[in-house]
Design a protein around this ligand. Structure first.
Ligand code: TYD
Length: 137
């Protein structure tokens, strides 16, 4: 996905069912997210000052949710950048393919849940920034 931009990435407000006994937040494939979730993983125990990501994907779509704590995500399409601070488990950040991303400033034992459109495939990664810039030309 060479032609995608950071403007194609957006916050999706998730459906939240509030009760006095607590909140329940739902993400249904094809309804709340524009893909079918084939893989779920989460980042936790991220030490102070650490950053994650630093890569792009060629085809993978992801929804990134701060299910606990707070962290920042910087998105980069080779021309424009935007930074989003995820602070609520009721917000999902949709990251389309072809976007370089960095996740950092993990705060309050943050847990980053990722719903992904494909199974793990190392061939889908671009891990070198210069290679990414060439890919987006
Ligand atoms: P990576 O995607 O580079 O992590 P991050 O972007 O959060 O820094 O993955 C780190 C390692 O984990 C790498 O060796 C690949 C492996 N991995 C899997 O085996 N399966 C997965 O679903 C993911 C996301 C990573």
């Amino acid at each position: 996905m060479r032609e995608t931009t950071v403007h194609d990435c957006k916050i999706i407000t998730l459906r939240n069912i509030h009760r006095n006994e607590g909140d329940l937040t739902v993400v249904e494939s094809g309804i709340d997210v524009p893909f079918t979730t084939k893989r779920t993983y989460f980042l936790h125990n991220v030490p102070d000052g650490a950053s994650r990501g630093d890569h792009a994907h060629k085809e993978l779509k992801q929804l990134v949710i701060a299910i606990g704590g707070i962290f920042s995500v910087t998105l980069d399409d080779g021309k424009d950048r935007k930074t989003i601070r995820l602070t609520s488990p009721e917000e999902g950040l949709l990251i389309v393919p072809g976007i370089w991303r960095e996740l950092y400033d993990f705060f309050e034992d943050a847990i980053c849940l990722v719903l992904a459109s494909e199974l793990y495939d190392e061939d889908d990664y671009i891990r070198d920034y210069t290679e990414f810039l060439n890919y987006k030309l």
